[in-house]
Design a protein around this ligand. Structure first.
Ligand code: ADP
Ligand code: MN
Ligand code: MN
Ligand code: MN
Length: 339
């Protein structure tokens, strides 16, 4: 007896990496082993030394194939088994391990846009739909485009056992969101990559593509982000730690250090319009959707909880944003004795 393992990995495409996958047939009971691929076809190696290694890091049931089939998320290693230069998971593992005692958790809101050929799903041929305002969390065929795909994707994520916590229609027609978490830094990142793969794979069967392009339609249309919600044990217990984290993200060169790693094209999206803060300004505030970092109103009321970094683009690498936020905030909380 056999089962199919879909090996999924992150490639070397610049400036935004893509997902790749291929299938390995395994004998029933066999654990997915190390495998290899042609790095010269994924922007990860030169042709004369093209072999790279796939190291399984997370696996779950494959809801597309069903049965005993599995999805296997891999990190990319060199043939000497050191992390490849495109492997951003290894650096996160180090930082997450260093601050493990603070019990950091993340919930990431993944926004994305469906495309039918060259047009966002729901956009009329050669024109624009009615201006945005009625689409967010809307209902009805005049406002909602792609719900059957979204529902299928949610079911697939649940069947895979991912920690997906919700979905909603977004401000621009054809634009949607799902949330993964709250989970530990490595868990939320691994599971978000799998959820992204399932999104592309699910939409493929509807002849629709999904994109994480942060500004898929220029002009007066909302961009797509990946709001990153974050807390540590101390933040879940008290407001001083909430403020320490907000201040830490604004200190010195931190705003720019973060923003330049929050996804390609960040300055196109963080314009100060469309519920964003300008990319070159750092602010935080309660309930403020125009701030870089928002403290939800319940958090101020309860004097504890979590913060929302609203800056990351939809195309952000979750291994990078969770590493930066963990490092910046947990270092400051440690210094302040708020652990
Ligand atoms: P928004 O109002 O910004 O649209 P969402 O409901 O879409 O918020 O997303 C909020 C996210 O915050 C969810 O993924 C949720 O799991 C996450 N979250 C909730 N509590 C915490 C917490 N204590 N720490 C980190 N993330 C959290
Ligand atoms: Mn949301
Ligand atoms: Mn949203
Ligand atoms: Mn949000």
């Amino acid at each position: 007896m056999t089962f199919k393992a879909e090996y999924i990995w992150i490639d070397g495409t610049e400036p935004t990496a893509k997902l790749r996958s291929k299938t390995k047939v395994l004998a029933t009971g066999e654990a997915p082993p190390l495998w290899g691929f042609d790095g010269s076809s994924t922007g990860q190696a030169q042709g004369h030394a093209s072999d790279l290694v796939l190291n399984p890091v997370f696996s779950c049931p494959d809801p597309i194939r069903g049965g005993d089939h599995v999805l296997v998320l891999c990190e990319v290693l060199n043939t000497d088994l050191t992390p490849h230069s495109s492997n951003t998971r290894a650096a996160l593992a180090e930082v997450a391990g260093r601050f493990e005692a603070q019990e950091a958790i993340f919930g990431i809101e993944q926004e994305y846009t469906f495309f039918d050929g060259h047009r966002p799903l729901g956009f009329p041929e050669g024109g624009y739909p009615a201006a945005q305002g009625g689409y967010y969390c809307g209902v009805g065929a005049d406002e909602i485009f792609g719900r059957d795909i979204v529902e299928k994707h949610l079911d697939h994520c649940l069947a895979a056992g991912l920690g997906i916590s919700g979905i909603n229609a977004e401000v621009m027609p054809g634009q949607w969101e799902f949330q993964v978490g709250p989970l530990s830094p490595l868990e939320v990142s691994d599971q978000l990559w799998i959820a992204r793969w399932l999104l592309y794979r699910t939409a493929e069967d509807f002849d629709v593509s999904a994109t994480l392009d942060p500004k898929p339609v220029k002009g007066d249309w909302n961009g797509a982000g990946a709001h990153t919600n974050f807390s540590t044990q101390a933040m879940r217990e008290g407001y001083d730690a909430i403020i320490t984290a907000c201040e830490a993200l604004g200190e010195g060169s931190k705003p720019l250090d973060h923003v330049k790693n929050y996804g390609a094209g960040i300055d196109d999206r963080l314009t100060g319009l469309h519920e964003t803060a300008r990319w070159d300004e750092y602010t935080y505030g309660v309930s403020d959707r125009g701030a870089s970092v928002r403290i939800p109103w319940q958090v101020e009321r309860d004097r504890k909880g979590y913060i929302e970094d609203r800056r990351p683009n939809a195309n952000v690498n979750p291994y990078v944003v969770t590493r930066l936020v963990t490092d910046t905030c947990c270092t400051a909380l440690e210094k302040a004795g708020q652990v």
